[in-house]
Design a protein around this ligand. Structure first.
Ligand code: FMN
Length: 332
């Protein structure tokens, strides 16, 4: 090869190597094969050079298919497991006998709320919210159905002899949630005629070594009118659900016994007790004023109570216990 022909051959090689770049800038039509790959159903001519990579996307798509299917079934598995976990969690967490309540929830609440009264309020609020959403703990099945624990009280047959005494649900926020825990009697209150704050805080103390507590609430109450309104609305909601409509007086059907449930508890075999007390500011020695306190409360809440409890024993209201010396007729 002469040096001139060698130079030409070298130039031709150089041009050939630089062609792709030149194609890009000078011949837009050179992009066609790529566009053809992108457009489904696009015709590709034999004259066009089919690059070796044209089948790659197809191969990739073929490989991707089983991967996609695996991803989909993995997602399905996660979804099903999550739904199952929720269901098991719901069944377990809403069982009043589940250990989690005693061994996890109670210590957790005590840790979160070092003040016993705040823990009490939190407990009531959380039960109230859980009840609204149907997520509250409850007795599963009907363990009282065999009648083994049936107990006769005031001529009424209770499904069991367990009761929750006054002070836990001071303002009748959660009577239904408490009844669902299993007891046959729930006592709400005590309530006083006028709202009163009770004693200064702190006034509730834990005694961990004794598994007990000291209560010096002093009958904090939102008042009998408030309690009556709450209980009335509760009966009204029940009347509506039982098909008696939602109008002024629809609750009267339930209170009359048309729904075949006690008007207080609204659950056969169970009773609702409402506790009434006198206001702290009502003078100790004025027996007429004290009698008026009790009768005011009774007038307001009696329609919604299966049992009325008269508090003459609280050590936190000065002089209240002295009323035990008064004949019941003096208070009536
Ligand atoms: C925080 C707290 C508040 C209470 N409030 C009242 C109340 O308002 N009226 C009442 O008669 N008893 C009240 N009590 C007393 C309880 O109803 C119950 O008689 C007392 O706790 C003893 O029962 P126990 O041994 O099961 O706790 C209260 C007790 C506690 C711990």
């Amino acid at each position: 090869m002469t040096s001139a022909s060698a130079t030409m051959a070298w130039r031709a090689g150089l041009r050939a190597r630089s062609l792709p770049a030149a194609r890009w800038s000078q011949r837009p039509s050179a992009l066609l094969p790529k566009r053809a790959e992108r457009l489904p159903g696009a015709v590709r001519y034999a004259s066009e050079s089919a690059p070796a990579t044209a089948t790659e996307p197809v191969k990739e798509a073929a490989k991707e298919l089983p991967k996609r299917a695996a991803r989909k079934s993995r997602k399905g598995l996660y979804g099903t497991s999550f739904a199952l976990a929720l269901l098991v969690g719901y069944i377990y967490g809403t069982d009043t006998r589940a250990s989690i309540h005693r061994y996890a929830m109670v210590p957790l609440i005590r840790m979160l709320y070092p003040d016993a009264e705040e823990a009490h309020h939190f407990g009531v609020e959380i039960l109230k919210s859980l009840y609204e959403y149907g997520m509250h703990p409850r007795e599963r099945g009907n363990p009282d159905a065999d009648g083994a624990l049936a107990t006769e009280v005031f001529g009424y047959t209770l499904s069991n002899p367990i009761g929750i005494s006054a002070g836990l649900d001071k303002h009748a926020d959660i009577p239904d949630a408490l009844l669902d825990l299993g007891p046959a009697i729930v006592e709400v209150g005590g309530t006083t005629p006028l709202p009163q704050d009770g004693n200064p805080k702190p006034r509730v103390f834990r005694l961990p070594s004794q598994h007990g507590m000291i209560n010096r609430y002093g009958l904090n109450s939102k008042g009998a009118d408030h309690m009556a309104a709450v209980l009335k609305q509760r009966v009204r909601d029940f009347a509506y659900a039982a098909g008696f409509g939602d109008h002024e007086g629809s609750e009267q059907h339930v209170l009359n016994g048309d729904a075949n449930v006690p008007p207080g508890s609204l659950v056969p075999g169970k009773l609702l007790a409402v506790q009434v007390a006198k206001n702290k500011l009502t003078p100790d020695g004025d027996i007429d004023a004290i009698a008026r306190d009790y009768t005011y409360c009774v007038d307001r809440v009696a329609p919604y109570a299966d049992i009325l409890v008269v508090n003459v024993s609280s050590p936190n209201t000065p002089g209240l216990r002295d009323l035990q010396a008064a004949a019941p007729s003096q208070l009536s």
